[in-house]
Design a protein around this ligand. Structure first.
Ligand SMILES: [Zn+2]
Length: 83
C-alpha cells in the first residue's frame, strides 16, 4: 500500500480507497470534491473523473444520481485499494 495521496484537484483531502457495494469495484475518491480515479490511473488533475458521472453511468440514470439515494447506498470505504 502506497502512502496516502493528497487530492491533486482540491488539495483539501486524501484520495482514499472506496468500492461499489454492488460488485466490489474499487476506486480512489476524494470525499471533498468528489473526484474519482480508477486503480490503474494516475491520481492527477487531468485524469480525474467525477463521482456523480460515474455513478450515473453505472446506474443508467441521467444527470444527478443522488435524488433518492446517498453515498452509503452505492459506495463504501474500502480497507485497501484492490486492483
Ligand atoms: Zn479533492
Amino acid at each position: 500500500m502506497s502512502a496516502k495521496r493528497v487530492c491533486p484537484r482540491c488539495e483539501q483531502d486524501w484520495a482514499q480507497p472506496y468500492r461499489f457495494k454492488a460488485d466490489g469495484t474499487c476506486f480512489l475518491l476524494c470525499a471533498e470534491c468528489d473526484s474519482l480515479w480508477w486503480p490503474h490511473e494516475t491520481v492527477g488533475v487531468t485524469q480525474a473523473h467525477f463521482l456523480d458521472d460515474v455513478v450515473a453511468a453505472r446506474l443508467g440514470v441521467e444527470g444527478d444520481p443522488w435524488g433518492d439515494r446517498v453515498w452509503a447506498d452505492v459506495i463504501e470505504p474500502a480497507p485497501v485499494l484492490q486492483r
